[in-house]
Design a protein around this ligand. Structure first.
Ligand code: COA
Ligand code: AMP
Length: 631
């Protein structure tokens, strides 16, 4: 562990020197006065006083330093049967022009812009154009329903919206504009304009005076230059699930973000400028923000934008085709994608049909990587398979096998060790460090390295309550796990009610709010049960109000469609059942963890505090009616 340990030790011994060195990888309009400002804890700021532009660093500087004709972006879209390539010059020009469109709509520095976009180049262009003029983007994943979009509109109060006429899910055209219109009807805040990209697969109807056609607006726009912003100014807000229906708007800065992400490309992912890097995620998630858009471009790599699925577009060889056709060096996706491929091609026969000779490393994150999936990927691909652990809040990896520093031996089930910059420990419920190998809450000592969350948008108190209050002096990750004798981190489960469905982070609390809104439901619980494809799936339990005479399965159908309408299809909420009672402690707390263990067939002890032990049998019976535990 020589080189890795040296790097990690030095990053913690002298973080200022470590990050000042990393900051040389970024072009600054004005250097910082204070490398690390701790005058207002816990609101720490990196590179205070520095000025830069993130879009300049992602595009213009590469054009100016000899990469103008190198590919910046490859858009590969099996769902539209097309491939489009942009050099750095072309992507810079397209971005500058769209920045001009935004400016013509009155969007300026500090204004928010919500993007509700499918996986098309214009999604990246709009994000980078916001960064170019100092506007703050907030991308909302296309699988979220109108009411989720409305919540984000009311929280971030955007000046403008950017959307497209549709997204394409395998072979289904999903019209986005009606969803956008419904969200705007629901929201109290009304943005001045909506810029809409008309795709050939669907034509959006436009509201005169508010909606602007992307291409028509471009025809009269002037390219816009890069606006210098403070390193500490917000670059984006990205909403993520919390414990309630009110999502948390994670705020990221410009300076620390650019420094950390640029550093990560060489040190974590071991890719060089000019190489092709592919994150098969969605621009609506943090992985998409960091590793489809910003990090590869900051580092001068070619990024790949894939509008398709691991299977079904057209087959389980889709990933291998993309890797071979575009000479991908490093790929990043979620383990669930590999489970989907393996389910359809257990022997990995498609892999042999493609030339993967340029492909060096597979990176997995977004959910726990089960050892089975890890070993299948290792055996079939014959390249290192690197699990790494991070969160929307952190923006980049907390734990990884840093391939550009030193490749450490892989331990199945562990994302390896803390990345330089991260001081990770495991604490017990009293807040004391535990012995190696003992499970507890995984925390990171404050201050966090650059590129991590500044706060929650408009909710400094919520930032402190959610992350900093439980363990003073530490950031609480919300994950439970352990660190073993060798310093390897093992991430086991969430300590809150967040579940991970196909690599998508969802709140069971938010789903419970939807179920509770059904007129016949007296109380409810939603738990995440293990699923061999998606990792976890939500299951709802409802106790009905006295005197309800509708059939139970009718009510179950209602709540399934309510969750789809109010949260979105991405919640994959398809199972709900009526029970007589919910298991609770004597103080009235629902025993969700016990319910989950019953569903997963894990051994459990009936909690001593249970109100009525007989309810356990009733729940076991209901779950068995739904087919749980599996197998
Ligand atoms: N717009 C509209 N609808 C969307 C959507 C989008 N951008 N993304 C997903 N949906 C819909 C899907 O069509 C599906 O709808 P359905 O219930 O009508 O079938 C539902 O939301 C659930 O989607 P998903 O969880 O993606 O399931 P799936 O069955 O379509 O695909 C996988 C399963 C495993 C192939 C897929 O989830 C996958 O590729 N995951 C990779 C994970 C990933 O990218 N994670 C990000 C972090 S790295
Ligand atoms: P998100 O904010 O959507 O990136 O989800 C973050 C959460 O996903 C983490 O808090 C973990 O619970 C889980 N997660 C992400 N990556 C991993 C990993 N490599 N191993 C285990 N859990 C992970």
């Amino acid at each position: 562990m020589g080189r890795y340990k040296d790097a990690h030790d030095s990053s913690l011994a002298d973080p200022r020197a470590f990050w000042a060195e990393a900051a040389k990888g970024i072009d600054w309009d004005q250097p910082w006065d204070t490398l690390f400002d701790d005058s207002n804890p816990p609101f720490y700021r990196w590179f205070q006083g520095g000025q830069l532009n993130t879009c300049y660093n992602a595009l213009d500087r590469h054009v100016e330093s000899g990469r103008a004709d190198q590919l910046a972006l490859i858009y590969d879209s099996p769902v539209t049967d097309s491939v489009k390539r942009y050099s750095f010059r072309e992507l810079r020009d397209a971005t500058a022009l769209f920045a001009g469109v935004l400016a013509a709509q009155g969007v300026g520095k500090g204004d928010r812009v919500i993007l509700y976009m499918p996986m098309v180049p214009e999604a990246l262009i709009a994000m980078l154009a916001c960064a170019r003029i100092g506007a703050v983007h907030s991308v909302v994943f296309g699988g979220f329903a109108s009411s989720e979009l409305a919540t984000r509109i009311d929280d971030s109060k955007p000046k403008a919206m950017v959307s497209a006429s549709c997204g394409i899910e395998v072979n289904r055209v999903i019209e986005y504009k009606p969803l956008l219109d419904a969200a705007l009807d629901m929201a109290a805040h009304k943005p001045d304009s909506c810029i809409v990209l008309q795709r050939p697969q669907a034509t959006a109807s436009m509201t005169a005076g508010r909606d602007v056609d992307w291409r028509e607006a471009e025809a009269t726009a002037q390219p816009h230059g890069c606006v210098s912003v403070a390193a500490t100014d917000p670059l984006y807000i990205l909403y993520t699930s919390g414990t309630t229906g009110q999502p948390k708007g994670i705020v990221r800065d410009n300076g620390g973000h650019a420094v950390a992400l640029n550093w990560s490309m060489k040190n974590i992912y071991d890719v060089e400028p000019g190489e092709v890097y592919w994150a098969a995620s969605d621009v609506g998630w943090v992985v998409g923000h960091s590793y489809i858009v910003y990090a590869p471009l900051l580092a001068g790599c070619t990024t790949l934008l894939y509008e398709g699925k691991p299977v079904g577009t057209p087959d389980a060889g889709a990933f291998w085709r993309v890797i071979s056709e575009h000479q991908v060096s490093a790929m990043f996706t979620a383990p669930t994608a590999f489970r989907a491929i393996r389910q359809q091609d257990p022997e990995g026969e498609y892999i042999g049909k493609y030339d993967l000779s340029k492909f060096r490393t597979l990176y997995l994150a977004g959910e726990r990587c089960d050892p089975d999936t890890l070993s299948w990927a290792q055996q079939k691909l014959k390249v290192p398979v690197i699990d790494h652990w991070w969160q929307t809040e952190t923006g980049w990896a907390i734990a990884a096998n840093c391939m550009g520093i030193e490749e450490l031996p892989v331990k199945a089930g562990s994302p390896t060790c803390a990345v330089p910059g991260w001081d990770v420990s495991v604490l017990n419920s009293e807040g004391n460090p535990v012995e190696p190998g003992t499970i507890g809450s995984i925390v990171c000592k404050l201050p966090l390295p650059p590129g991590t969350l500044l706060t929650i948008w408009n909710a400094d108190h919520r930032y402190q309550e959610s992350y900093l209050q439980e363990f003073p002096g530490y950031y609480e990750t919300g994950d439970a796990g352990m660190i073993d004798e060798d310093g390897y981190i093992h991430v086991m489960a969430r300590t809150d009610d967040i579940i991970n469905v196909a690599g998508h982070r969802l709140s069971t609390g938010a789903m419970e709010e939807v179920l509770a809104a059904h007129p016949d439901v007296a109380e409810c619980a939603v738990i995440g049960v293990a699923d061999s494809l998606k990792g976890q799936l939500p299951v709802g339990f409802m106790v009905l109000k006295a005197g309800v005479d509708r059939a139970n399965d009718e009510i179950a159908k209602d709540v399934v469609s309510m969750v789809r309408d109010r949260i979105g299809p991405v919640a994959a909420f398809k199972l709900a059942t009526v029970v007589q009672r919910l298991p609770k402690t004597r103080s009235g707390k629902i025993l969700r963890a016990t319910m989950r263990k019953i569903a997963d067939g894990e051994s459990f002890k009936t909690p001593a505090t249970i109100d009525d032990p007989a309810i356990i049998d009733e729940i076991t019976e209901s779950l068995s009616g739904l087919g749980y535990p599996k197998g």
